[in-house]
Design a protein around this ligand. Sequence first.
Ligand SMILES: [Zn+2]
Length: 441
Amino acid sequence: MQFTSDGGFVSNTGMRLVASICVLSVVALGQDTGIEVRLGAGIDPPRDIAGISVPKPPPGYYSPVSKSCSVIQGHGGAFSHKTLWSRYAWDFAVPPGTPVVAARAGVVVRARLAGNVGGNDQKQFGHAGNVVVVDHLDGTATSYVHLQRELLPRARVGEYVVAGEVIGAAGDTGFVVSPHLHYTVIDPRTQRSVPSRFADFKRNDGVPRKGNSVRAAPVPAVPQETMVAYKRIVRAAVAARRAGYPDLAWRFLTELHRRQIAPAYFYEKVRQALVEKTRADVERLLKDPPDDVADRLAHVLARTELAAAVPRGAHPDKAVALWVDGLRAGFLGSPWDGLASFAKARRLRDDPRFAKGARAALKSWQGEQKRRLDLTLHEATIALPWHKRRVLDDAEQWARRARDRKRLRTRLFPAEKKAASTEYRAFKERAKDVQRTLNRR
Ligand SMILES: [Zn+2]
């Protein structure tokens, strides 16, 4: 198996790929400008990936239709935009066959092309619509509904697309009264509709309303070589997974994911494949534990971030078991639980590793807190009237958690009492901003 000049894999001998995995090194160059994926010495470098710098794509969502059209139903529309899955959607009136383009760069993760039927009957046609979903780089995806069966060109699952690239054609399949494109930004994990703005619509804060006319602006061009690099790296990762080498796929994806240019969808798929492998490794390690079992466990966790494969309390030494639990929780995205474990471990023994773990958990918690409050503030600026209560609840909840965090930080590191209070005040102020923003509207 080897890389070919068009970026795919050609299977010849499995042995060759195994040898490649061992010496593969993914090297990042330049924090903001881009990345370079490079191979270690001793094997043929895949020239099509090596040496190509990959900058981030331009931000923002662009009009998903290729020509001017009007909005026939907007946010919270009384006809069909009142559910969790549609409340931030838009319906654009366009004739069947109008090219539909990706609103943002990403990977096509769904292309449901069932048939060519539709009509004004939710029971009969509710699930008959043709749908394309593009997963972006940041925990959001966009959904394009009611497409024609005959797409121009057909969107393929796994294909990387740039903003403005044609992914299908508008139509009238599914539950429709007249031909239109139903478009919404969604959370790819829950499929729920989330607020968004258009980068190419200047009025109403970038949120078109019913009756507004939307004119597609030219999308900022992505350099051809960047687009080619994205497509090839994603394709290479997919091929590696299919060929049964999740480690290799994982290497590609984590490196891209860290720069927020890897699609969550593939990341998850590869992750699942690796969970099985890691679970087996950990079981073997615990069967006949060597003296440095805890360090080895931590190494496995840190390398693969597959903490779910490790059982809780997986070490006879209570303090070490708590430490491993703390690491596990952190990698699973619950730094709060992790902190509690580190605090207990420290009470049992003063080991510098425990303090280091607690420090990492605090930092991760802080980042999450900031991200969530920023998101809530963004929601506050465009929340629908009946949605305001929930936005406010969110902000209050995050302020409460900030207070808990201040207490725990003070308990773990008494010397930082003052800094912890300052930080808490900043978060509290942010939560108040949310309230003020809601009151102003
Ligand atoms: Zn709609």
